[in-house]
Design a protein around this ligand. Structure first.
Ligand SMILES: Cc1ncc(COP(=O)(O)O)c(C=O)c1O
Length: 379
């Protein structure tokens, strides 16, 4: 049995989550829009899930919409809020070059089909966007800032509250992609106007997501139809999925402080051992302001995909970066944006640790050293 250290790609469904959602796939199967008792039972579960999400995020229940995942939430936030602001003459969006493809491609869509200008505010070599750099990128016609709270490849954490304050100073709303932050970092009280969460990163099923958008913001839906989710996302809601993600988020929030402390200590010991054992190993991302469960390296002179194969032979499952780019030999757009050379960027290996981890990762660090040595001696 191998050790799965690719939790930023996805996580298994937690037993508590499966148990909580199961009745809504079978016994309580109603359509929440139906005006009879079968429908009302489903509607009440949906209301309850929405209230629990609102409390975890520190927002109003009416601001929470359930989606099909992080990609949909990011598309809806970027497209929906920018298209909503176009009639008021705002046709500029600010993001960074290290965002998830779902943000970058949505911004690109707005540029191609709606004449929106996109500015990529600069991040430094640690992947950090400073409030000053963000402020410099804002214009009078900026409709939205979209930034990731924590980067999925290098784990760098942004000062979300300070970035939000910088955007608000110019009257610009901020969307936070909190997909990787959920379960590790505080989500409430940041002041963001829109927040994305993906269920499958925190022990809920794939295909579940949340977008919380402040109700007063003009928002153009992606999905038009029957007007569910206050008209912001038509389609019969996935009640079981909503219960699942609400349960997973509540559990993750309750355990967060303890998990973050324990896992980051294990991660630090692992990182130190890898650096001691592997000559030339370099940590990517911010040395301190990083996700507790993320250890991302480059091993110059190797090939990341080959190191991954060697690691898998030794019972360790990890990845080169984002799951979207897995298996390709392309250098990561994130690593290039923080200034790595192409050749070094192609040697990236990312370990993302699970919640609940308690065992030392020394044997994994030893396996990393062996794997890198095996690849190096061949090349
Ligand atoms: C930062 C970030 N945003 C968005 C997504 C997309 O989420 P989903 O897989 O639910 O579509 C991911 C997934 O890896 C992610 O890491």
């Amino acid at each position: 049995m191998s050790l799965y250290l690719d939790n930023a790609a996805t996580t298994p469904v937690r037993p508590e989550v499966l148990e909580a959602m199961a009745p809504y796939l079978t016994r309580v199967f109603g359509n929440p829009s139906s005006h009879h008792e079968v429908g009302e039972a489903a509607a009440s579960a949906l209301d309850d899930a929405r209230a629990r999400v609102a409390s975890a995020l520190g927002v109003r229940a009416g601001d929470v919409m359930f989606t099909s995942g992080g990609t949909e939430s990011n598309n809806a936030a970027v497209k929906g809020l920018v298209l909503g602001a176009l009639p008021r003459g705002r046709r500029h969006v600010v993001t960074t070059a290290i965002e998830h493809e779902s943000v970058l491609a949505s911004a690109d869509y707005l540029a191609r089909l709606h004449g929106v200008d996109v500015t990529y505010a600069p991040v430094d070599a640690t992947g950090t966007l400073t409030p000053d750099a963000l402020a410099d990128a804002l214009r009078d016609d900026t409709a939205l800032v979209s930034v990731g709270y924590a980067n999925n490849e290098i784990g760098t954490v942004q000062d979300a509250a300070a970035l939000t304050a910088a955007a608000h100073e110019r009257g610009v709303p901020l969307h936070l992609d909190a997909v990787q932050a959920a379960g590790w970092l505080p989500l409430a009280g940041l002041g963001a106007d829109a927040v994305t969460i993906a269920g499958h990163k925190i022990g809920a099923p794939k295909g579940t997501g949340i977008l919380a958008v402040r109700g007063r913001l003009p928002f153009e839906p992606l999905l038009h139809g029957g007007g569910q989710e206050r008209g912001r996302r038509s389609g019969t809601p996935d009640v079981a999925g909503a219960v699942a993600i609400a349960t997973a988020l509540a559990l993750a929030e309750a355990e967060r402080t303890q998990e973050a402390a324990r896992v980051s200590a294990l991660r630090d010991a692992f990182t130190a051992r890898v650096r001691a054992l592997v000559p030339g190993a370099r940590l990517t991302g911010h040395p301190e302001r990083r996700l507790p469960g993320t250890a991302s390296f480059v091993f110059p002179g190797t090939n990341g995909e080959t190191v991954l194969l060697e690691l898998e032979r030794r019972g360790v499952v990890s990845s080169s970066g984002s799951a979207c780019a897995a298996g390709s030999d392309e250098a990561s757009h994130v690593l290039l944006a923080i200034g790595l050379e192409h050749d070094d960027a192609r040697t990236a290996v990312r370990f993302t640790l699970p919640h609940g981890l308690s065992a030392s990762l020394d044997p994994v660090a030893d396996a990393v050293a062996d794997a890198v040595a095996a690849v190096g001696s061949r090349g």
